[in-house]
Structure formats: C-alpha cells, structure tokens
Write a protein that binds this ligand. Structure first.
Ligand code: PLP
Length: 369
C-alpha cells in the first residue's frame, strides 16, 4: 500500500464486493438487490461504488435525489435507479435520464403524470411508496382506491414496484412494531396487486431488515450501510469489512509544558508535560467538534491517541505522550482497525452520520486487488 502523505479517504472496492456477496448469501438467490448509494455512496464515492457493484451485477440502485441519479448515469451506470425523494422541479431531468421516481402522495402523483404526459412517455416505471409507521413519506392503505383510479385513467406511467420503509429493524426491542409494519405492508401490496391486476416488485427491507427479518425479503431488498461494512450488529460486523478508512499523517509534534493550554478557547490544559501531534483535518472535513475535548481516540502506530481540546476547522491535536511516533507517521482516524461504529459512539452518533459527513475536499483513493 502506498505511503500516506496527506489526509485521504481510502475506498476498498474488494471489501465492497465482499460485503455485497455476504449480504447476498443471506438471501434467496432470486431476490433482487438494490444497492443504496445516496449521499455520495454514504460519503465515499457513489460513482466508483456503483460501477463496482454494477460489474458485480447488482439489480438496482437507489439514490435520494435526482441529481445523484444523473451523476450515476454520467458515470456509465445503465442499471435501473430509484430516486427515493424526487423533487418536482427535476421531474423532466429524471425522465430524460431514465430514473425511476418513488411516488408518495397524490400531489406528487398528479405532478409526475403531467410531466410524463407532456414528455409523451408510455408506461413509465414508478414505485409507489406507502407509510406503514415511519410517518415520514408515503401513501396509506386508504389512498389505494384513488391511486388506482388516477393511474388507470392514463397510459403515461405504470406501477413497477411498491415499497415501504421500516423504522426500527436494528432494534430487537421493537420486533413487535416491525412485525406490525410488515403486516400493514402486506395488506397494502395484496390489495394493490389485486386492484391493478398485475405483479409489482415489492421491497421493504434495509440492511438490518435483511439480517433480522429475512422472511420479509419479498422480491427485492434495499441495502446501504451493510455494503459499506457496518451491520448495526456486532456479529454481522465481524462478517463485513469497512470499505472506507480515513487516514492522515502527523504534521507537527509539540512538547507542552505542564499548565499550558492547547487549541482554541484553551479547552485543554496540560496537567503534566505532554506531547501532542497536530493532524491536518478538522470539522470542515467531517470530524465535528463533538469529537473534541473528550473520549474520541485515533490510532497511531497501533496505539490510541485521544483528541485534546477543540477540533479546529482544518486541524486536530491529539495526545501522543505515550506513543512512539514522529512527524509524517500515518494516523488512522476510523475504518479498518477502528470501526466507524466505535468512533462515532464516542460522540453519541452513528456510523451513518460519520460516514456521510466526509467532506468532498478529502481526496478519495481507490483500492482494488
Ligand atoms: C437510506 C435508505 C435505505 C438504506 O438503509 P440502510 O440501513 O443503510 O441499509 C433503505 N431504504 C430507504 C427508503 C432509505 O432511505
């Protein structure tokens, strides 16, 4: 592996393929797999992630917004792409780039049909999204009659798939609620298929759903975090490999006499002679101030160094008093050896937030084979 000379985000595509194969192995062979690559591929590089998974013959991609889907098309992605939360202003571009909208309200349905008719589409594929308890986006069971009437009265769009999203698949204390959501969804898709009198692709499970409710895999699953190496579960985490590792180097070392302060607002005061190392990344890179002044540690030469004082915009200081290290040495912030789950926990957040917060100014370095 090349020597690290600045802050980088290493993206291990072999780990990605491993995670994909592992998650697939837990499913029936005929179940379709939708890879969720929204938010820059959970903060990595959506285009590279998608190209790798397209090569591995993933069935579908999901993004949150239209522009994310367009950027995949521009990278050469020809696999179907679902846009989870399309905005009306981008409907035209959505159709031009052959993206599939998730339609969640009568308003959006009407607006999308108007655009589809204006552009002269025939049976353009859409996914109908139902709210079964997350109470975020979606139609309800009682909307089905009207949805059917609206869609039946035109030819520009056709229902290709039907979906819902679960609120707490990773939480073993919420099994009953998840089962309630699943049974609500079942009632919805059975009625929908009976009304429309054709089959739809039914999809409801996210990563933790694949792990904890495999019987509900239906026709397709939607996995994000698992592909990036985290399963919201200690046992599963052992089977997965973190795809992204944030690395940097020691820019400078300081010997701090007892009683001196370190950083803005003097939030660290040394109680004994202390050696600190300054690292070239900060809250502008996605390591927020909540990681400062406390428990969060980074890894230097196999040992853990706590972050001292306030995290600055472009720099972080760590305590290396007990660590043999020199300027230029490699530092692992999180990733392999120091999972994002552990790192994020020290600031009371989750791997998802840490990963998606990685700034675009950090160079992405791809590892393959
Ligand atoms: C983000 C998202 C997912 C992926 O969830 P993971 O927990 O990362 O697997 C699936 N479905 C919807 C609707 C989402 O918004």
């Amino acid at each position: 592996m090349a020597k690290v000379t600045e802050t980088i985000l290493e993206i291990d595509l072999n780990a990605l393929e491993h995670n994909y194969r592992y998650l697939r192995s837990r499913l029936r062979p005929e179940t379709k797999f939708m890879a969720v690559v929204k938010a820059y591929g959970y903060g990595s590089d959506a285009q590279e992630i998608a190209l790798c998974l397209q090569h591995a013959q993933v069935d579908y991609f999901a993004v949150a917004y239209v522009n994310e889907g367009i950027s995949l098309r521009k990278a050469g992605i020809t696999t179907p792409i679902l846009v989870l939360h399309p905005q009306k202003v981008h409907f035209k571009k959505l159709i031009t780039h052959n993206l599939e909208p998730s339609i969640y309200s009568h308003t959006i349905l009407g607006q999308f049909i108007s655009m589809a008719e204006e552009m002269g589409t025939k049976e353009y594929p859409v996914h109908l999204k139902f709210n079964t308890g997350l109470n975020r986006l979606g139609f309800t069971y009682d909307d089905l009659m009207d949805i059917h009437e609206t869609i039946n009265a035109q030819k520009a769009i056709r229902v290709k798939a039907i979906l819902s999203h679960l609120a707490a698949t990773e939480d073993k204390n919420e099994t009953e609620f998840t089962q309630l959501q699943l049974s609500r969804f079942e009632a919805i898709y059975q009625k929908a298929e009976a009304m429309f009198n054709y089959k739809m692709i039914k999809h409801v499970l996210n990563t933790s759903g694949i792990i904890n409710y495999p019987y509900a895999q239906l026709d397709m699953v939607r996995s994000g975090i698992g592909l990036y190496g985290y399963g919201n579960d200690e046992t599963i985490d052992k089977a997965l490999i973190p795809v992204v590792t944030l690395k940097t180097i020691i820019a400078q070392k300081h010997i701090i006499p007892s009683g001196e302060s370190v950083g803005y607002n003097r939030k660290y005061i040394s109680s004994k002679p202390t050696v600190t190392a300054t690292l070239p990344l900060g809250h502008a890179d996605g390591i927020g101030r909540q990681y400062g002044q406390g428990n969060t540690k980074v890894s230097i030469n196999g040992q853990l160094a706590p972050i001292v004082g306030n995290v600055c915009m472009d720099m972080i200081m760590v305590d290396v008093t007990e660590i043999a290290c020199k300027e230029g040495d490699e530092v692992i912030i999180f990733g392999k050896d120091l999972p994002a789950t552990e790192f994020s926990k020290t600031a009371n957040t989750i791997s998802y937030e840490l990963l998606t917060g990685m700034s675009q100014r950090i160079p992405r370095i791809l590892l393959k084979n």
